[in-house]
Design a protein around this ligand. Structure first.
Ligand SMILES: [Zn+2]
Length: 212
């Protein structure tokens, strides 16, 4: 069996961590279109410049650009026996495009409630001086409100205020719903309860990958 997977879930669901664990376990590349964008931007490639313009003006990168980046990456040799996609596809159009270039074995949805996502994200803090990140629940600073590394002030990013998070979650749910139906109909969707420890989420995934 090949291991061609998609991992998805709302922000702060822990899907990134699970994607890395699965990539190691099955010895397959973890492909994040977000990471590819950042690399292209840093290297100032043509596509990087284009993507940077969209992001700087606060717009979403158009589907055809994201899809062509994904297609190019998936055509590389290391994807032959499998891969795990994180952050792509994001909507039904992207899912249909992906379906036309490669079969997918399983789609793993790590789900958490909006309430939990808001709780996890609104506990994040970032240092205004050095950019180090903290989480008041899972990774608190030694001194309240102060960066361990440089003594700078810790703040909540404007993106991480509850209202902003709720808005992003709403967009995520709206975009992912038709895509989840598409994969559910194909009988390849695995739903995982994300409101448990990293280890428990991981063993749930492995178990469901075996059974189904
Ligand atoms: Zn700092």
């Amino acid at each position: 069996m090949s291991h061609k997977f998609i991992i998805m879930g709302p922000q702060a669901s822990g899907k990134g961590t699970q994607g890395k664990l699965l990539a190691e376990k099955f010895n397959i590349p973890r492909i994040s279109t977000g990471d590819i964008f950042r690399k292209e931007i840093a290297e100032k490639t043509e596509i990087g410049k284009l993507v940077d313009e969209y992001l700087k003006s606060g717009k979403l990168v158009p589907d055809h650009i994201t899809s062509s980046i994904a297609k190019k990456r998936l055509s590389k040799m290391d994807c032959k026996k499998g891969f795990i996609l994180d952050g792509y596809p994001r909507n039904l159009d992207q899912a249909l495009f992906l379906d036309s270039i490669t079969p997918i074995d399983k789609v793993i949805l790590v789900n958490i409630s909006d309430k939990e996502a808001i709780k996890r994200i609104s506990n994040r803090r970032v240092c205004i001086d050095c950019g180090s990140s903290y989480n008041l629940i899972s990774k608190p600073p030694k001194k309240k409100g102060i960066c361990d590394k440089c003594g700078g002030k810790l703040v909540l990013r404007s993106d991480d205020y509850p209202d902003a998070i709720a808005k992003r979650l709403e967009i995520y749910r709206k975009q992912s719903r038709p895509m989840l139906r598409f994969y559910d109909k194909k009988n390849i969707l695995i739903k995982i309860q994300g409101m448990q420890s990293i280890g428990d989420v991981y063993s749930d995934i492995l178990e469901k990958l075996k059974i189904k």
